[in-house]
Design a protein around this ligand. Structure first.
Ligand SMILES: [Zn+2]
Ligand SMILES: [Zn+2]
Length: 116
């Protein structure tokens, strides 16, 4: 099996595992719309930006809210909004993101998980 095929399979597996634990849109829950089935698992720090398929970087979302995360429709959902919804420490996550942008290997190692 080729490496990229393996990665893609691991990526799918990680997202599916996350979805099984979070079947409802986390934004709808946080914004008081109740239980709405999630159809996507979004990476808060994009894969292209060094984000990994690990639970702290993933969020289950319905299609309309996914559009807000990709700034296709308003009101937009910034990374900070998503970290707040997930009850993650915003300063810790911003520091982690800065580390990834600087190519800080330690930050990358702290975000162990599937590079997807
Ligand atoms: Zn939603
Ligand atoms: Zn997305």
């Amino acid at each position: 099996m080729k490496n990229w095929q393996k990665k893609r399979k691991e990526d799918r597996k990680a997202q599916e595992a996350y979805w099984k634990e979070h079947r409802n849109c986390e934004v709808c829950l946080a914004e008081g719309r109740g239980k709405v089935e999630a159809v996507e698992v979004h990476e808060i720090i994009y894969k292209s930006g060094g984000g990994k398929c690990i639970p702290e970087n993933e969020i289950s979302t319905c299609r309309p809210d996914h559009g807000r995360m990709h700034f296709l429709r308003g009101p937009f959902l910034e990374k900070e909004d998503l970290w707040r919804i997930k009850n993650l420490d915003i300063e810790v996550m911003q520091e982690k993101l800065r580390g990834i942008r600087r190519g800080n290997r330690e930050e990358l190692y702290k975000m162990k998980g599937v590079k997807c």
